[in-house]
Design a protein around this ligand. Structure first.
Ligand SMILES: [Zn+2]
Length: 317
């Protein structure tokens, strides 16, 4: 099955957007099902493009963001039986079963259920960071928020602001992931297998798009919290020092003064108390960390075969 350009365009324009690689994974049989929030129109478009998939629209107790936007819960599955049990387990809020039905690795579902922090806190990512010996880009979940959002006051505003700031990077900005769950570690083997399959499916259908997604995920990231981070075009050495050429212009909600120091600099050293920004040997700024988890580097690699300046041109035009 090959998708037409027009069909892909329609998928990209579904209200509140479905993650295209998740949808393709279900359509091509590598993932059993997915849940997302959209409206009737969105469900209709998917049904038309993928007539063999089972789609159920449900309006259970949704969060505030969904209510404001008149969104429903949409379940898409390879068969009707699975779609129905997903709705049922979702209403019963049985997280273990939901994870299983969505095809998530049990190691990851377990660690997510047994967590002792808010899903949107920086501790959530720091815990995964601590569990990881290596950081594989296929498991990079930093820019997919769906499983990490708790409805806190202002959350909906924050996410809207984030997408508005990055609207020149549509549709990539809404699809920055190869796994849709929260991994137990950034080298979790089971997650990597899922990520690789998703990557291949996306690559077969949208090679240029898949390259762009990879070029963001396979970079070092300095992480502060869910909407505050910086992606770099650079390398982390064995001592954990990040040397970089530039900041990748996907913007989080980070303080603009601080961001400018990163843009000016070319080297970062992080310790327990501070994040130090250098230009060659000269220190430009020392950011005092509020706690140990306020600022740490996740080294997802450096995707050299992609020309990052394409993003700068996009931003300027
Ligand atoms: Zn895992």
């Amino acid at each position: 099955m090959n998708l037409e350009k027009e069909q892909l365009y329609q998928i990209f324009n579904i209200k509140n957007t479905v993650i295209i690689q998740e949808l393709l994974s279900v359509a091509f049989g590598s993932k059993p099902a997915l849940i997302f929030a959209s409206d009737k129109e969105g469900a209709k478009i998917i049904k038309k493009i993928f007539p063999k998939l089972s789609i159920i629209l449900e309006k259970p107790e949704l969060n505030i963001a969904h209510k404001i936007n008149h969104l429903s819960l949409i379940v898409i599955a390879k068969n009707n039986k699975l779609a129905k049990s997903l709705i049922k387990t979702h209403i019963n809020n049985n997280m273990m079963q939901i994870g299983e039905l969505l095809g998530y690795p049990s190691c990851c579902v377990n660690s997510w259920i047994n967590r002792d922090y808010d899903t949107d806190s920086n501790k959530a990512i720091h815990k995964i960071y601590e569990n990881s010996r290596n950081f594989h880009f296929l498991n990079n979940n930093l820019f997919n928020f769906s499983s990490r959002l708790r409805v806190y006051k202002g959350m909906y505003k924050d996410i809207k602001k984030y997408y508005r700031k990055n609207n020149v990077f549509e549709p990539v900005i809404h699809n920055l992931q190869f796994i849709s769950h929260v991994p137990c570690s950034y080298d979790c083997k089971q997650s990597k297998i899922i990520g690789e399959e998703t990557y291949q499916i996306l690559n077969n259908n949208l090679p240029e798009f898949s390259k762009q997604v990879k070029s963001i995920l396979k970079r070092p990231v300095l992480f502060f919290d869910i909407f505050n981070w910086v992606i770099f075009d650079g390398l982390v050495n064995k001592d954990g020092v990040l040397k970089y050429k530039k900041v990748v212009p996907f913007i989080s909600l980070i303080n603009s003064k601080l961001l400018n120091y990163f843009k000016e600099g070319n080297k970062i050293i992080v310790n327990n108390k501070s994040v130090e920004i250098f230009k060659d040997k000269k220190i430009l700024y020392s950011y005092k960390k509020k706690n140990e988890v306020d600022g740490f580097i996740l080294n997802f690699g450096n995707y050299k075969s992609f020309d990052i300046s394409i993003y700068e041109k996009q931003k300027e035009s």
